[in-house]
Write a protein that binds this ligand. Sequence first.
Ligand code: UDP
Length: 326
Amino acid sequence: MKVLVLGGAGYIGSHICKALALLNHQSVVVDNLSTGHREAVRWSRFIEADILEPDTLIKILQEEGPFDLIMHFCAKSLVGESVEKPALYYRNNVAGTLNLLDAMVATQHNKLVFSSTAAVFGMPEKELIDEQHSRLPINPYGQSKKMVEDVLGDYHHAYGIKSVALRYFNACGADPDGEIGERHEPETHLIPNILKSAIAGKTSGLKVFGDNYPTPDGTCIRDYIHVNDLASAHILAGEYLQQNDGAFAFNLGNGNGFSVFQVIEAAKNVVQQDIAYSIEPPRAGDPSTLVADSTRARQVLGWQPAYTDIESIIATAWTWHQNEKF
Ligand code: UDP
């Protein structure tokens, strides 16, 4: 396949570009480098551009295409920031995606894999979240992704755009070769924060946001899924779109929940040292438990996550953080 990867300089996009290259697929990355890293684009032709510029998108699709598939990762993705700056989120995530979809229609491109999120669901109504779960987001980030999912249904109906929305639970881990990994400024995610505090050797660097949730140990439970397993799901989704017509959505997780304390314990085993933390007030908008039911992705796409053990997931991130290359 020849694939256009929007947001390919970011954490998840860069891992997908490596996975595509390993399967001999060709990729072109478009990224505005607002949060991505030029050094992470190692397996693709790179074009610095912004999805907020509709004419640029049309030009890229015309001059670099035709593409068999488009993958779209350009998004703002921090829940807290989305509450403070909803305009930024709706403009980038919704208006930016509309620009892309309209450019696709204008240039006769009709296959899109879209980066969605468990945040479209809001507060969980049952233990395992499947695709039937109601979508009632509780923050502008989740709302912006839900809006795009709805647009994708309408664009399929009216313009024949075929799409798969992949709703990630907690993406984590890194390329096991240590060539690329997770690097956010500021870092808000649990596993990188644990490992960074292990490296810094601080006595109280790590903050645990809330220990009074209705969970067995009082800390939030999440479903941690390795970034390379997300990568394989994207490639399967792209292949699925070559054969199937519709606007589809799949939930991607391991189906196992780990509490913040359990993740810290697992990380201690990986880094072979104690990790100190302080208990802080809960973060706004954090549901107590988010765990995926990914039966549908397994059955329909044939997806099989390779990393099911939390310690081996953390070990790949540890390889990266000990020797970050950018
Ligand atoms: N968390 C924490 N300390 C941190 C970062 C995260 O206690 O430094 C908690 C957070 O409150 C949530 C869980 O870890 O319960 C996962 O948070 P993360 O930001 O990694 O992912 P999210 O679930 O928000 O997408």
